[in-house]
Design a protein around this ligand. Structure first.
Ligand SMILES: Cc1cc2nc3c(=O)[nH]c(=O)nc-3n(C[C@H](O)[C@H](O)[C@H](O)COP(=O)(O)OP(=O)(O)OC[C@H]3O[C@@H](n4cnc5c(N)ncnc54)[C@H](O)[C@@H]3O)c2cc1C
Length: 446
């Protein structure tokens, strides 16, 4: 029986395994050095915050794997010997495969800062990072202050986690405004304000130089910034982005760029080896997407896709329109289509911000054709299906504004702002758009 081995039990590896099982009777093994069972990485923060226990982050009961004849192996793969179709584990064990799926995810970036590997300095990615955080930052008596280095989606989650235990946080962000490589200035400024309102000591344009060490290899109570300032702390969160977790196959002959290089079928340069999820890098980016996409839903899509190919139905990975969502403390964020930090030459923008400064929408459209290209929503929930359809149908910006009520997905009794938004667009563009009443028929039409 053909043996499919998957390295990595994250969303991409597990999705691949589940779908291979649905489609075939092949022998399947999933390997992980992190945990015995799959868990939802995106929910890790809520364990530290006390909203759930770690067991609650496991979408499948422990009996699921045996019942579905998916073998689980706990171990760290040290290298892949593709000439012999064999994996070598750190403890010297070997495992042979017929087809191999590399789904090893990401690792937190570290830029060679002195002290980056001290006790008390940690990324926020693996379950082990959570355990370290419990150890070094259980409360504000043990951890009087934490410094977080790197302003992105994981950094702000870590800040929220520490705040939930009343641990003071200093947040070092290299850029001059929060996540400004991704967010346009209005949204980025809103998040700067919001972070400060939560009494987080946000330092924009500040880089880490060094983490001080004591003689026992612990964070010695301070970091030093590149400007020479000393900031007292006992915990340092390193959240300056992630990169593909592929060091273990650097010498294997499997083609590596930043990640494992794959074609549209998620095939590597070795015929029976595939790569999916955060660790996979497209030879050429798909549309305007990045060649590496470290997001949950694309990992799941790649897992489904590669399962088809492995089971004999060779299918291309087609992720569709870009979307993403996140949360900046109390402000929810969703994006559909493309809204770059700065508009491209052919693009025009419409920005509306609520007086309270915690909600906004930002629409990007083609200034020549008026085609809607994308939207950022902060503090207002909008329906994914609506924008997916609008982008496929290449609707105009005016169509989107007229149908904003259909797009809204806020819970009942939330204050609606569509009229205000359309009125602002009309004033700025000298138009007379009328907001259409919400239509459930339109919303649920194919
Ligand atoms: C705190 C946090 C919050 C996030 N929030 C969001 C969010 O809100 N929305 C979103 O879209 N994305 C979010 N992400 C990103 C998302 O979690 C990842 O994109 C996704 O988990 C990647 O899945 P994966 O299966 O590719 O890899 P992973 O989940 O990283 O799984 C890979 C597994 O392989 C194991 N492994 C690696 N190398 C080896 C080896 N050599 N031997 C054995 N095992 C190995 C790893 O230990 C790991 O268990 C978040 C990430 C983090 C860290």
């Amino acid at each position: 029986m053909e043996h499919i081995v998957i390295i990595g039990n994250g969303i991409s590896g597990v999705t691949a395994a589940r779908h291979i099982r649905k489609l075939s009777d092949k022998r399947i093994t999933i390997i992980s050095a992190e945990t015995d069972h799959f868990f939802s990485r995106t929910a890790l923060m809520y364990v530290y915050m006390g909203h759930m226990k770690f067991e609650h982050t496991q979408p499948y009961e422990n009996w699921f794997w045996k019942k579905n004849r998916i073998e689980l192996k706990n171990g760290f793969v040290k290298t892949v010997d593709h000439n012999n179709n064999e994996l070598v584990f750190a403890n010297g064990e070997k495992m042979s495969y017929d087809k191999l799926v590399i789904a090893t995810g990401s690792k937190p970036n570290k830029f060679g800062w002195p002290g980056q590997d001290l006790n008390g300095a940690m990324g926020m990615y693996h379950k082990q990072d959570l355990e370290k955080l419990e150890k070094y930052a259980p409360n504000n008596k043990v951890c009087k202050r934490a410094v977080i280095v790197g302003g992105g989606l994981i950094g702000i989650e870590l800040a929220e986690m520490l705040l939930s235990r009343d641990i003071p946080v200093t947040f070092l962000v290299r850029e001059n405004s929060f996540w400004d490589a991704v967010l346009p200035p209005g949204e980025s400024a809103m998040i700067n304000r919001h972070i400060k309102e939560h009494h987080i000591d946000l330092r924009l344009g500040v880089n880490l130089k060094e983490i001080l060490s004591d003689e026992n290899g612990n964070v010695k109570g301070a970091v030093i910034t590149e400007t020479g300032e000393t900031i007292d702390c006992t915990v340092v969160g390193l959240t300056a982005g992630v990169s593909p977790n592929v060091d273990f196959i650097k010498e294997s002959g499997i083609e590596i760029g930043r990640g494992v290089k794959v074609n549209r079928f998620l095939e590597t340069n070795i015929p029976n080896i595939y790569a999916i999820g955060d660790c996979a890098e497209q030879h050429e980016a798909i549309d305007q997407r990045r060649p590496i996409e470290a997001v949950w839903y694309t990992g799941r899509m790649m897992g489904e896709t590669v399962a088809q190919t492995i089971c004999g139905n060779r299918v291309q990975y087609k992720p569709g329109h870009w979307f993403n969502s996140a949360k900046f403390l109390d402000i929810e964020y969703q994006t559909y289509g493309w809204v770059w930090a700065a508009p491209k030459e052919n693009e025009a923008r419409f920005y509306w911000e609520h007086d309270g400064g915690k909600k906004c929408i930002h629409i990007n459209y083609d200034k020549h054709t008026q085609e809607f290209l994308g939207i950022n929503n902060f503090g207002i929930r909008m329906r994914h299906e609506f924008f997916d359809k609008i982008l496929t149908e290449k609707r105009s910006v005016t169509y989107v504004l007229e149908h904003l009520a259909d797009a809204n997905f806020d819970p009942e009794f939330y204050k609606l702002h569509e009229k205000e938004i359309v009125a602002k667009f009309n004033i700025e563009n000298n138009t007379n758009l009328q907001l259409k009443k919400k239509s459930w028929k339109r919303i649920f039409s194919a």
